[in-house]
Design a protein around this ligand. Structure first.
Ligand SMILES: [Zn+2]
Length: 230
């Protein structure tokens, strides 16, 4: 049976989330979430990904959790961008989580995503009474990808290639958390190397006459021959 993942791009519509350095949180997290869905569904077997929103619309926090509960998701991941003048990456699970599946899954995702943020601070694996991780029935985590109001962080988030790298790492972390297998790659077209063949040499002769004699002998036996002068 397929694993079900709900990815939640935070904010949306009338709620832009944090805004600074010409960026809006709601736009960045929507991109990361869409890329992550695509990486997961194209790269891994047996997974179905639902986004709580795939356009710029407003959703209450409780609606996001209800959506995931109705889908009977195996994992819920909420994507956000931090603000407040800090720097780096951090993740959250609900206050009462103490080890167990949720912690394992969060760690798998946190560690993969942190790989992308080379040169940024790992602010740690945290716990907080956040609505979306509290009201979801399944293991749930909320990720705060850098600080929109810190220039170094914002500059990183301005690159679409970086957002894709974040999403790819998130997909890899989710796959690890759920034990998903990568899709087998389509078989490669055969290369010249595969088409190589083998030659059999039957003799080397000092005189052309002897070589021709040997060739005739082989031809009588049904072999194709040719003489090469070296
Ligand atoms: Zn947010």
């Amino acid at each position: 049976m397929s694993k079900i993942v709900v990815i939640d791009p935070g904010h949306g519509g009338k709620d832009p989330g944090a805004c600074a350095n010409g960026l809006k949180e709601k736009d960045i997290v929507l991109k990361i979430s869409k890329y992550a869905k695509s990486y997961l569904e194209n790269g891994y077997e047996g997974v179905k990904v639902y986004l709580t929103r795939s356009t710029d619309v407003f959703l209450e926090l409780s609606e996001r959790a209800k959506f995931a509960n109705a889908k009977k998701a195996n994992l819920f991941v909420s994507n956000h961008i931090n603000a407040g003048g800090g720097t780096g990456f951090e993740s959250y699970v609900y206050t009462t989580i103490n080890g167990g599946t949720t912690e394992k899954m969060r760690s798998a995702i946190h560690n993969e995503v942190m790989n992308v943020f080379e040169g940024f601070r790992d602010r740690g694996k945290k716990k907080e009474n956040l609505a979306v991780v509290r009201e979801t029935d399944m293991p749930a985590t909320l990720l705060e990808h850098l600080f929109i109001d810190t220039k170094k962080d914002a500059d990183f988030l301005k690159s679409d290639a970086n957002l894709k790298a974040i999403a790819k790492a998130e997909a890899k972390g989710i796959a690890k958390a759920l034990g998903l297998k990568t899709k087998s790659k389509p078989s490669k077209p055969s290369t010249d190397k595969d088409k190589s063949f083998y030659k059999v040499q039957t003799g080397a002769f000092a005189s052309k006459e002897n070589a021709e004699k040997s060739a005739k002998e082989l031809e009588r036996k049904g072999y194709k021959t040719y003489i090469v002068k070296e």
